[in-house]
Design a protein around this ligand. Structure first.
Ligand code: NAD
Length: 268
């Protein structure tokens, strides 16, 4: 018996085998979920299709989450194929490269708005389409990062998009709770992925996260997948509107021994 036997899960944001969405897909599949995948554009299909086939996906659908008609088509296909939806995973983020580097005060307004649109507002678009399909309750989750709550240089547009995403999580949870549809966000520690590579100085950020986290290690796609599994399952049945961290403790630290950071012996 798996924790998700027979549950239908729709996951947006698998681009390749390093995607956090793929770590989540594997974890949900392992516990019995039927997985449907959606990817951003046609040229990703050659990477996504073999992944989906390896976990028996019937539905692998292209959709730009900024395009209402393409989103409609994905949810229509889920309804036609399965008649319902139990789990929705939003693992999507986009910002133009210049909006992920440099001084925050120089952030271009258009770049900020497009980051918010694709990375945050799209969750509302998905939730509205998922609601009528979640006839037996459901779990909706997205991926956030602590740059929403503390300053992380270069995150700029994405930090603001994540702050919006975390607020959207609460507001959706308030609306959908009566239907037993839960909405939560996973705040993951830094992981090397395609999107993360677009953030200026990301390599240093990874190193910093590893040195300063209480557990002195980075998190993996599988660590996030297991938290997603908990949120998708009945084990989290009364948890909604929350941001839950999987970051080896990184976000709790207000100060770190400077010697440890610069490679000293820590005695000073
Ligand atoms: P990723 O590049 O593998 O995934 C991001 C996905 O967003 C890709 O599949 C991409 O195709 C998709 N996407 C971008 N624009 C889109 C659009 N218009 N329509 C549809 N899809 C679109 O990188 P990832 O790190 O796995 O990112 C997944 C989520 O995790 C993102 O929300 C990201 O911000 C979040 N996150 C990542 C980290 C990290 O360090 N990697 C940490 C915390 C949170």
């Amino acid at each position: 018996m798996g924790l998700l036997d027979g549950k239908i899960a729709l996951i947006f944001g698998v681009a390749n085998k390093n995607s956090i969405g793929w770590g989540i897909a594997r974890a949900l599949y392992r516990e019995g979920a039927i997985i449907a995948l959606s990817y951003a554009m046609d040229r990703l299909e050659k990477r996504v299709r073999p992944l989906g086939e390896s976990i028996g996906c019937e539905l692998m659908l292209q959709a730009d989450v900024g395009n209402a008609a393409e989103l409609d088509a994905v949810f229509a296909a889920v309804e036609e194929t399965y008649g319902r939806l139990d789990v929705l995973v939003h693992s999507v983020a986009f910002a133009e490269r210049d909006a992920l580097a440099g001084r925050f005060v120089d952030l271009r307004r258009e770049a900020l708005l497009s980051a918010i649109d694709i990375s945050a507002a799209s969750l509302i678009e998905m939730a509205r389409r998922a609601e009528p399909l979640m006839t037996n309750g459901g779990s909706i989750m997205s991926l956030t990062y602590n740059a929403a709550r503390t300053v992380v240089p270069n995150y700029n547009a994405m930090a603001i998009a994540k702050a919006a995403l975390e607020a959207i999580t609460m507001y959706l949870a308030a609306d959908l709770g009566a239907r037993k549809v839960r909405v939560n966000a996973i705040s993951a520690g830094a992981i090397k992925t395609l999107s993360a590579g677009g953030i200026a100085g990301f390599r240093d950020l990874l190193r910093y996260a590893e040195v300063t986290a209480p557990m002195k290690e980075l998190v993996s796609q599988d660590d996030v997948g297991d938290l997603a599994l908990f949120l998708a399952s009945d084990l989290s049945r009364r948890i909604t509107g929350e941001v839950i961290y999987v970051d080896a403790g990184h976000s709790i630290m207000g100060y770190t021994d400077v010697e440890a950071l610069i490679g000293g012996d820590g005695d000073g």
